[in-house]
Design a protein around this ligand. Structure first.
Ligand code: GLA
Length: 686
């Protein structure tokens, strides 16, 4: 299988600008070739129709206990009345083990913690795939990694089909008709309108999405209950379909949220809305396959099957097959260790410091876990905050922002990093590779020649700092700001990071590498909720960041690569009052991004993306550290698990389509809340 070529199905042919070697900036080199790592991921490909179809079937079924306990007692309508007239059918052709049986448990472990259930106000549910369960979006990209290159397209979800107008500026989408939220209320275009108009476009409410991310000046028209139409300023905004997937277009339940929103309720404020639906307010209302029904702080979230879920298999069985999903609230490392030992079922192995131990355990023939190793599509970076004013509270912070905006300073930092040692400190062996920042080295669109690399060269680094006026005037080993800046104090920089073992290794090594050039680096370890909120508020000098999917499929979240929207790259966000201040190279990147969006010729588009990567790396838009591979670990008792990379179009949790997972009856584990579905108190249906 050829993972690299496939990822966007594009073969790259033209390099339309001068060879890089002729124009390498001072100190820069070409990125060294990374050692080969075995990539054992063999992927089976399908056409979209072999994965999903919308079709009315003759007969539908559900678990027997559900009929007996809920339908026969009048608590729920019969399954055919809960399903849409034409449900989404997940096709047997692309199921590794075919039609399944009901029952059992899927056990997840996460290091994150839910901010709450109001994802329309940018609440995360703690990551690790729980967001993917509760947030259902208009389109779906995760499973696209399995689509044949020649048939590559964004998959339908709540939007069942769509068509572009002849001039390419209007996109009409048909929503699934008759699908219901988990409390039985209908899902309609009103949910979409509320999400867009009253949350995304409402500046007083934080959002995962933004108008320009969807397409410059995107406008929405509600045509009827199940039809919506988008208007764009320019033709062929194909990225809009990617951005209608997770996590940028997943409407919340308008019938619940309106009464919590100041536009519809005089007694509440915008802040109230942003804080609405805290984690302990369960059951939540979702369009997802499972519904959070119980929550214990720092312990567990239990999710039960959604009796209104709108997807079925070809035999008419309402999905999901598995009745209960649990999220144990622990650490990211324990997610992997517990999956290795068989006490959890699913983990993206992504913490290099525990790779050797997990590999040793995997080698045992009794290992309960199946592992799928993928390419090097994970990486760490330093993100330097470039907004001169946002969340700046003192002179030191203001001075750091100015340094961050200076290319010479960013080059100095890049030259201070010994990536080979950093990689080996993370995990011994051939796993890690030097990473210059920008697109992931082992995915499509990446062309070595685009990359400008500022490798380890501490003396050049010191020279640059001196040229910037940063010298150690008081002889304490730390360089000082020039007298007129921040009192001439020591240059101290706080780096926000997570609290996992990998973060620890990075912090320790970066502190000493920065000390070598006279910069005092102060790690600030944050849990997931603190990390999410300081990121969203742009409240950091530097951030240690593990990269995400935009570096694999740039189309998916272009605003995290180039500042096309105020929600822009994490390190250069803006608000109405504290806007982004774009530098010329950023303006150039924005233009490239817009050209990429509307370029229809695949080779030309790939070339433009290459140019974007060139600008990103030449200008050290973020400081690349090391790239490394991951593996998807799943318990062997789970059926219908396709081979998948841990991240491509989305993280594996979305890619593998857990609603199709099943467990043979004799291997099913005991459920915590057997034979139950969420029950809503009437007053939650405000
Ligand atoms: C976190 C985890 C990833 C993945 C995503 C899913 O970021 O580290 O492995 O589970 O959540 O959103």
């Amino acid at each position: 299988m050829n993972y690299k070529k496939h990822l966007l199905g594009i073969s790259i042919v033209c390099i339309c600008f001068p060879a890089l070697s002729e124009m390498l900036p001072e100190g820069a080199t070409k990125i060294p070739k990374a050692s080969e790592i075995p990539n054992r991921l063999s992927i089976e490909y399908f056409s979209p129709e072999q994965i999903v179809e919308f079709k009315k079937l003759d007969h539908y079924s559900e678990p027997q206990w559900l009929t007996d306990k809920y339908v026969k007692t009048g608590k729920l309508r019969p399954v055919e009345q809960r399903l849409p007239d034409v449900p989404m059918v997940l096709k047997t052709a692309s199921m590794p083990d075919g039609v399944g049986v009901y029952g059992g448990v899927l056990r997840h472990v996460i290091g994150g913690r839910p901010q709450g259930w109001n994802w329309s106000a940018a609440h995360s549910q703690g990551w690790g795939g729980i967001n993917y369960i509760v947030q259902q979006c208009l389109t779906r990209t995760g499973p696209m990694y399995q689509i044949k290159p020649e048939a590559l397209e964004v998959l339908p979800n709540l939007a069942q089909s769509w068509e572009w107008s002849e001039d390419g500026k209007a996109l009409t989408m048909h929503l699934i008709e008759g699908a219901k939220w988990s409390d039985g209320e209908p899902f309609t275009s009103e949910d979409v309108r509320f999400y867009w108009e009253d949350t995304v476009l409402e500046p007083r409410i934080p959002s995962f999405s933004s108008q320009n991310a969807l397409g410059e000046g995107a406008k929405l028209e509600i045509v009827d209950e199940y039809t919506i139409r988008w208007y764009f300023e320019k033709a062929s905004q194909n990225q809009a379909l990617y951005n209608m997937a997770f996590m940028t277009f997943c409407p919340g339940p308008a019938h619940i949220l309106k009464s919590l929103h100041p536009k519809y309720n005089d007694n509440v404020t915008y802040e109230d809305f942003s804080n609405a639906l805290p984690a302990n307010e369960v059951p939540t209302v979702t369009m997802g396959p499972w519904v959070p029904v119980s929550y214990k702080d720092d312990q567990i979230i239990v999710l039960r099957r959604n009796p209104y879920y709108w997807k079925v298999d070809e035999a008419g069985n309402q999905l999901p097959y598995i009745d209960e999903v649990r999220y144990k609230l622990s650490t990211w490392e324990s997610r992997t260790l517990e999956t290795m030992s068989g006490s959890a079922d699913f983990s993206n192995m992504e913490n290099p410091p525990i790779y050797i131990e997990t590999l040793r355990k995997l080698a045992s023939p009794n290992s309960p876990t199946r592992a799928m190793f993928g390419p090097r599509n994970l990486a760490f970076q330093i993100q330097m905050n470039m907004n001169p004013t946002l969340s700046v509270s003192d002179d030191r912070e203001a001075a750091i922002r100015q340094l961050n905006r200076d290319l010479k300073f960013r080059k100095a930092i890049s030259h201070a990093i010994d990536r080979k040692s950093l990689g080996q400190a993370l995990v011994k062996g051939p796993f890690t590779a030097e990473y210059a920042g920008g697109l992931h080295p082992e995915t499509s669109f990446y062309r070595e020649d685009d990359v400008v690399y500022y490798p380890y060269n501490p003396s050049l680094s010191k020279q640059y700092l001196a040229e910037l006026g940063l010298v150690d005037t008081d002889g304490n080993g730390v360089v000082n700001f020039p007298k007129e800046v921040n009192n001439g104090d020591d240059v101290e920089i706080v780096i926000n990071s997570g609290n996992g073992t990998a973060d620890g290794v990075f912090n320790e090594n970066l502190v000493s590498m920065m000390a070598d050039i006279g910069i005092k680096l102060i790690p600030r370890l944050l849990d997931s909720v603190q990390g999410d909120s300081s990121r969203d508020a742009a409240d950091f000098d530097w951030r240690l960041n593990r990269s995400d999917k935009e570096l694999i499929v740039p189309m998916q979240r272009m605003e995290w690569l180039a500042p096309i929207a105020e929600s822009g790259p994490i390190w250069h966000r803006g608000t109405e009052n504290k806007p982004q201040v774009l530098q010329p190279f950023e303006e150039k990147m924005v233009n490239l991004a817009h050209e990429i969006f509307i370029e229809r010729d695949a080779a030309k588009q790939a070339d433009l993306i290459g140019q974007l990567n060139h600008e990103m790396t030449k200008n050290v838009y973020h400081v690349g550290l090391v790239a490394y591979p991951g593996a998807l670990l799943v318990n062997k008792r789970i059926k219908n698990v396709p081979n998948a990379p841990i991240i491509a179009y989305q993280w594996a949790e979305d890619a593998v389509m857990r609603e199709r997972f099943w467990v043979p009856q004799d291997q099913q584990l005991k459920e915590l809340q057997p034979h139950t579905v969420p029950e809503y108190k009437l007053d939650t249906k405000k």
